[in-house]
Design a protein around this ligand. Structure first.
Ligand code: ZN
Length: 638
């Protein structure tokens, strides 16, 4: 059932994942997972609220309309498509392109839908009259220029004013930069909204108990405290520290939590829960709320230990300048886990690997924890195998064969090297932080980790330590990486649009930067056959050398905080697409009729009680996408 396609609409497919072995866990562990899962689900509306000022109210109104139409058995397909889209994006902006979703219906139709529903439904569920809803929604739904972009990264524009993301209210980029450029002590750049009050004062509204998002955080804390009762050893303290931080909102407490969390490595159950990733902030300061609850896959994890055990060897043999290598790599760990519950920014679209914490100084002193999500990766693979993308874009039969043989292994290996070694490698010059690269920081950091993986996957060390049977694993991956970064990923970008998302910018940037050099030496080329373009590598070792050369430069940029070089590299190679090629890729991809984006429904967990006592937790896998979204909106609304 893992990889089953549960729903399919627009450019999206929704898959199911399973949690192998859950049934046979002891009750104590099941209860811990249950409580952490509740804490994961209660943050949903925080993330919705962060995703634009209008997102939550749009969801509530659309759900009223949708449920009413379902009751009457006359659901309008245009409404259904729209509501499925916003559910998936946790808001009214596409989760990848950040563009506001256009609607297929007009204002008159919308007014009719609203007026069909009894007025008291809106009053009780949304707290607004029909008239108020229609007036408020006119610009939101029908004026494409109104708050049109969630995250705007366009150089030269006021990124704060032109981004609809709900981290800033009535302030300009200059005002925010001023606020955080002065003495940063006592401020909460990561976990607050910056707002200008009516009297013109600029304040931070901190996300904590008693602060902004109080109601949802109360629930998260409640379930974390229940989880504490079922946790063992150090994990009890880890959870306590997280609760402390949610109470104080003080980032020093968040550091304390992260330091304890990153050192707590032996528990079979682990979790991510908090305001963590900054990709949705055009300035890279504010974090979206997210959660993953996970259980370790013991067998797979022991294989990865072979990599992490050799972390120092990799660092010593890295192609980066010796002064930016880390003299002593500490605490690099990597766990293969199975996801048990996804929440906030990790649901329904979810990463396949995570490396935390993000604070560079904690990573340098205490190391970092990496996870690779085995059941999620497996679901992606199962769902993609039959799609035909490889056959369409691969340059030769040989390439297809090698990819089918080693694709899963090389993907796993890439994630492991990227998360476990890549992000944890290198060191900064004194006083430099990733924030110095501003909007380009995320892309540069992802490139650094990808290049580390690309470079070392082709090292003899892989065969020596026994994680890859031959170099063909790396060569299969080089084909796949260039095919993806130069061709296939453009299918996800609308024609005429630039690449915005950091991971995608990073992939194209690496491919174009190395390709420019490889084409000169003849190591690789883009060629045309029957009107279609393909990528061919003829000298794989030379490609590896180029990945190493680029890694050296990218590490220098990060270590020195060289903003101009970061900007130049990202803007030159990562942002613009080749228009004709972009069009061709989209047409070829469209002819395959596969959805370029995937996400997941969660399993459903329920307590089994007997005579008032909890005797078991059962997990079921039969909920549809629509059922799950409506249930979450009802059960986890604050
Ligand atoms: Zn990464």
């Amino acid at each position: 059932m893992t990889g089953e396609i549960v729903d399919r609409f627009a450019d999206i497919r929704v898959l199911r994942y399973e949690v192998p072995g859950f049934e046979s866990l002891p009750l104590r562990r099941k209860m811990l997972l249950y409580c952490l899962s509740e804490a994961a689900l209660w943050g949903r509306d925080i993330f919705w609220h962060q995703n634009g000022h209008e997102s939550l109210i749009v969801r509530r109104v659309m759900e009223c309309l949708y449920c009413y139409q379902v009751q009457r058995s006359k659901v309008d397909s245009r409404l259904e498509k729209y509501i499925k889209l916003i559910w998936f994006a946790n808001g009214i902006y596409h989760h990848y392109s950040n563009d506001k979703f256009p609607v297929d219906f007009d204002l008159k139709t919308f007014e009719r839908w609203v007026q069909e529903v009894p007025a008291d439904v809106f009053l009780s569920k949304v707290g607004k009259t029909q008239f108020e809803i229609i007036e408020r929604f006119k610009p939101v739904l029908f004026d494409s220029s109104f708050q049109s972009k969630k995250v705007n990264l366009k150089e030269g524009e006021d990124l704060v004013v032109t981004s609809a993301v709900n981290f800033y209210r009535n302030v300009t980029q200059a005002e925010v930069e001023k606020l955080y450029s002065a003495d940063g002590n006592g401020r909460n750049p990561l976990n607050s909204q910056v707002k200008k009050t009516d009297s013109g004062e600029i304040i931070e509204r901190v996300w904590k108990i008693g602060g902004m998002y109080d109601a949802a955080i109360e629930k998260i804390v409640y379930w974390l405290e229940r989880a504490e009762e079922w946790a063992d050893g150090d994990q009890v303290d880890v959870i306590k520290l997280l609760v402390n931080y949610y109470r104080s909102g003080d980032l020093k407490d968040f550091d304390k939590f992260n330091i304890k969390w990153v050192q707590q490595k032996d528990s079979p159950v682990d979790f991510i829960n908090g305001f963590i990733e900054v990709y949705n902030d055009p300035l890279g300061l504010k974090a979206t709320w997210e959660s993953i609850v996970e259980i370790v896959d013991e067998a797979a994890s022991s294989q990865i230990e072979l990599i992490s055990k050799n972390a120092q060897w990799f660092e010593d043999h890295s192609p980066v300048d010796v002064k930016w290598r880390k003299p002593k790599v500490t605490g690099v760990s990597m766990n293969v886990i199975n996801a048990v519950m996804l929440g906030g920014d990790c649901y329904p679209a979810t990463p396949i690997g995570v490396n935390l914490p993000n604070a560079d100084w904690i990573r340098e002193q205490y190391g970092s924890k990496s996870i690779s999500l085995a059941n999620i990766t497996k679901a992606h693979h199962e769902a993609s195998r039959s799609a035909g993308v490889l056959q369409e874009f691969a340059a030769s039969e040989e390439e297809i064969e090698r990819q089918e043989k080693y694709g899963q292994l090389s993907d796993d290996l890439h994630t492991q090297l990227h998360e476990c070694l890549g992000h944890g490698s290198g060191q900064m010059a004194n006083g430099v932080t990733l924030d110095d690269l501003k909007a380009y920081g995320s892309t540069i950091e992802e490139a650094r980790a990808d290049l580390y993986a690309l470079y070392f996957m082709a090292d003899d060390k892989m065969q020596e330590i026994g994680v890859a049977p031959s170099k063909d694993v790396a060569w299969a991956h080089y084909d796949a990486y260039l095919r993806g970064g130069l061709l296939v990923q453009m299918a996800r970008i609308e024609e005429g649009k630039d690449i915005e998302e950091a991971h995608m910018r990073n992939r194209q940037m690496i491919c174009k930067w190395t390709m420019e050099r490889a084409e000169q030496s003849g190591a690789a080329s883009i060629f045309e056959r029957d009107g279609k373009h393909y990528v061919r590598i003829s000298d794989y070792e030379e490609m590896r050398r180029l990945f190493g050369e680029m890694l050296r430069e990218v590490q220098r940029i990060k270590s020195e905080g060289d903003y101009e070089a970061a900007k130049n590299m990202v803007e030159t190679y990562g942002v613009k697409t080749d228009k004709a090629l972009h069009k061709e890729v989209r047409e070829r991809y469209a002819s395959l009729n596969v959805a370029p984006f995937s996400g997941f429904v969660n399993p459903r967990m329920e307590l089994v009680k007997k005579d008032g006592n909890i005797v078991d937790v059962v997990m079921s896998y039969d909920e549809s996408y629509v059922q799950q979204m409506l249930r979450y909106s009802k059960e986890y609304a604050v």
